[in-house]
Ligand binder design. Sequence first.
Ligand SMILES: [Zn+2]
Length: 276
Amino acid sequence: LQLVAGYMGFSGILGHEFVGIAESGPLTDQRVVGEINCICNDCDMCSRGLGNHCSNRSVIGILNHDGAFADYLIVPEQNLHAVPDEMSDDLATLVEPIAAALQILEQVDLSSDTRVIVVGDGRLGNLCAQVLKNAKCNVTVVGRHEAKLRTFAALNVTTCHLDDAPTDRAADVVVDCSGSSTGLATALSFVRPRGTVVMKTTVAAEHEIALAPIVIDEITLVGSRCGPFDKAIAAITNNEFQLDGFISGRYPLERYREAFKHATLRDALKIILEIS
Ligand SMILES: [Zn+2]
């Protein structure tokens, strides 16, 4: 939705959370998911093992590379991961966002009982909350949508409406999954001095924010994007995520307009486009 709103200035075929069947390459005829950064294996970032930051990369459905809302999609062999037989197609489409949620654990040192607030009750907020809960953190989700907040009850995660959010600035770590240009300011209002804000929101709009409080309170800001597919596949296979009800709608590709409209509704989580 943010790409349609102009994020990254992308022009081309959208779609970067997908499962498909490999038509060629080492995984021919197998179900596969694909990492979205297509890299050169040659630049300084690639040499450092930071391929997701390759200076020559294209990104599937986001940057100079057509995406998955199509009959066929070209993906470098090294990006592909076989999907275990026991994993449904629906769950396989969640490997990419779950990997992105797991990236928090790669970047931030979380001990058990770390007090974490997740800002945002949408898809990524839900997956990040589950990752952090699984990491034994003390998680509270702050959101604006009563219906979405109720979906967290089954996860045994504390929730509260933004209007009733705690004002004591006691969170060690705050993760902004709001998908809103105001999310960072909200996150900063919850984090304790010397705490950490993990920025997961990517929006087309500019952020307007006062920076002095970040300096005064010595806040660490951590940008966080793509994560480990192998760990995501293992975690889903181990049933570490509660994903019942996560798919809010399902449309054939021809009805993409309806699908996009559905995705904008307040209580919508994941919408699936089916391409036969
Ligand atoms: Zn490179």
